[in-house]
Design a protein around this ligand. Structure first.
Ligand SMILES: [Zn+2]
Length: 99
């Protein structure tokens, strides 16, 4: 089975706070070329890698890997790992001295 990890369409959202790190989130991208984020979808905070879920009105609520259906939990866990690595990379870039 292959997964399409390419970034899909970005949807502008009403600004809301990540319940874990309080970063303002106002957009989300789906996975796959034609995928918009939908109500009920899970998402990942780009600042803290917290697992979130869209409500019907596309505001976000805290969630967890354990809440994700088992058939897609592994794929999502891998994405969380990628986001964490990306966050760490950005932090290293920010803290490294400029040459
Ligand atoms: Zn966050």
């Amino acid at each position: 089975m292959t997964h399409d990890y390419s970034r899909g369409k970005t949807k502008r959202l009403a600004a809301s706070f990540c319940p874990f790190c309080f970063t303002v989130l106002d957009a989300a991208s789906g996975l796959g070329h034609e995928n918009y984020p939908q109500p009920g979808d899970f998402t990942i905070c780009i600042k803290c890698a917290g697992v979130l879920r869209f409500r019907e009105d596309m505001s976000i609520e805290p969630s967890s890997l354990e809440s994700i259906p088992t058939h897609s939990r592994m794929k999502f866990a891998q994405m969380v790992t990628h986001v964490k690595a990306f966050i760490e990379y950005l932090q290293r870039e920010k803290s490294s001295p400029k040459s």
